[in-house]
Design a protein. Structure first.
Ligand code: AFP
Length: 341
C-alpha cells in the first residue's frame, strides 16, 4: 500500500456516498434506505464513543447500579439499545423493531412508520465489555410488503428475504461491514472526520482457511459430526497442517476475523442447548447473509441457515459459517450422520 498517497487521499468514499451511489442504480428509489442507514450509523457512532469512554465514564457494571452521585447508571448495553431504538423510530422509515435487549417487538406508532423492519443486537458480546475486548452491533433489515398493521409476522421471515445486513465492530478501530445484497463492503470510522470511510471494498472470504473458532469448553456435550469436525481440525487425516484455534467469545470479532482471514466459526448444538446459543434473527441471519455475500456458506447442521423460517423472535439456532470449503466439510459430516440413521 502507498501509505503516503493514502495519508493524502482526497476522494473519500463515505458510507452515505456509497449507499447513495448504489441507490442511484434504482431510479424508483426515494432515499428511504439511505435515511434508515444514516440512523443506524448514528447509533454505531454513539456506541463507539460510549464504548471508548466506558471505563472513564463508569458505564460498565450492572444495570441498576448507582454512581458516586447516587444517580442510577445505565449499563452500556441498555444505553446502546435506547439509542438505537430512538434513532430507528425517529428515522420515520421503520415499522417493526426486534432487539436482543427487549423481550417484545417494538411497533412504531403510525405517524412515524416506514417500510423497513430492523432486527438487531445493539451490543453483542457484552460480557466482554468490562475487560475491553472487541464487541459489536449486529443488524438485519427486512422490508414490509403490505400497508396493514405491522406484526411480528413481518420479521418472522427467512434470512434470504433480508434486504441488507451488517455489523459494527468496536475494536482497535471501529469498523462497519455492510451488505445490501451486492457484495460485502467494510467502512472504517475516521474519528477526526466522524465519518465511516470505505476501506475494504468487495470483501471476499478465502475459499478455505486455517482457523477454526468455537467454544471448546462445550465439547463433552457436542454431537458426532461437530466432534469429528473439530477432531479433523486438530488431527487432519489427509496430511494437511492442523488448523489454529482462535475464539474471542464475541461473535462480531470472531466472524470479522473469519471473513477477512477465512476459516470457520461454529456455535453448534449441544446436549444442554439443543438449539445452540445464538439468536436467529439478529446473530445467525445477518452473519449468514454477509458470509454468503462474501462467497462463503452458512449452515445450521440441517439446512442452509438463510432458509430457516423462525417461529419466535428470539429463537436460537446452531450455526456453522465461514469459508466455502470448510463449511462443505461439516455439511458432509452431517449428511453422513443422517445416512447412518
Ligand atoms: P454475551 O453478549 O453474553 O457476551 O454473549 C456473546 C454471544 O452471544 C456471541 O457474541 C458469542 O459468539 C457467544 O455468545 C459466546 O458464547 P460462549 O460464551 O458460550 O462461548
Amino acid at each position: 500500500m502507498d501509505h503516503e498517497a493514502d495519508a493524502y487521499r482526497t476522494d473519500l468514499m463515505t458510507i452515505t456516498r456509497f449507499v447513495l451511489n448504489e441507490q442511484s442504480k434504482y431510479p424508483e428509489s426515494r432515499g428511504d434506505f439511505t435515511i434508515l442507514l444514516s440512523n443506524i450509523v448514528l447509533g454505531c457512532k454513539f456506541v463507539c464513543s460510549a464504548v471508548n469512554k466506558a471505563g472513564l465514564a463508569k458505564l460498565i457494571g450492572l444495570a441498576g447500579e448507582t454512581n458516586i452521585q447516587g444517580e442510577e447508571q445505565k449499563k452500556l448495553d441498555v444505553l446502546s439499545n435506547d439509542v438505537f431504538v430512538k434513532a430507528l423510530v425517529s428515522s420515520g422509515r421503520t415499522s417493526v423493531l426486534v432487539s436482543e435487549e427487549d423481550e417484545e417487538a417494538t411497533f412504531v406508532e403510525s405517524s412515524k412508520r416506514g417500510k423497513y423492519c430492523v432486527v438487531f443486537d445493539p451490543l453483542d458480546g457484552s460480557s466482554n465489555i468490562d475487560c475491553g475486548v472487541s464487541i459489536g452491533t449486529i443488524f438485519g433489515i427486512y422490508t414490509m410488503n403490505h400497508t396493514d398493521e405491522p406484526s411480528t409476522e413481518d420479521v418472522l421471515k427467512p434470512g434470504n428475504e433480508m434486504v441488507a445486513a451488517g455489523y459494527c465492530m468496536y475494536g482497535s478501530s471501529c469498523m462497519l461491514v455492510l451488505s445490501t445484497g451486492t457484495g460485502v463492503h467494510g467502512f472504517t470510522l475516521d474519528p477526526s472526520l466522524g465519518e465511516f470511510i470505505l476501506t475494504h471494498p468487495d470483501i471476499k472470504i478465502p475459499t478455505k482457511g486455517n482457523i477454526y473458532s468455537v467454544n471448546e469448553g462445550n465439547a463433552q456435550n457436542w454431537d458426532g459430526p461437530t466432534t469429528k469436525y473439530v477432531e479433523n481440525c486438530k488431527f487432519p487425516k489427509d496430511g494437511s497442517p492442523a488448523k489454529s484455534l482462535r475464539y474471542v467469545g464475541s461473535m462480531v470479532a470472531d466472524v470479522h476475523r473469519t471473513l477477512l482471514y477465512g476459516g470457520i466459526f461454529l456455535y453448534p448444538a449441544d446436549k444442554k442447548s439443543p438449539n445452540g446459543k445464538l439468536r436467529v434473527l439478529y446473530e445467525v441471519f445477518p452473519m449468514s447473509f454477509l458470509m454468503e455475500q462474501a462467497g462463503g456458506q452458512a449452515f445450521t447442521g440441517k439446512q442452509r441457515a438463510l432458509d430457516l423460517v423462525p417461529e419466535k423472535i428470539h429463537e436460537r439456532s446452531p450455526i456453522f459459517l465461514g469459508s466455502y470449503d470448510d463449511v462443505e466439510e461439516i455439511k458432509a459430516l452431517y449428511a453422513a450422520e443422517e445416512k447412518k440413521n
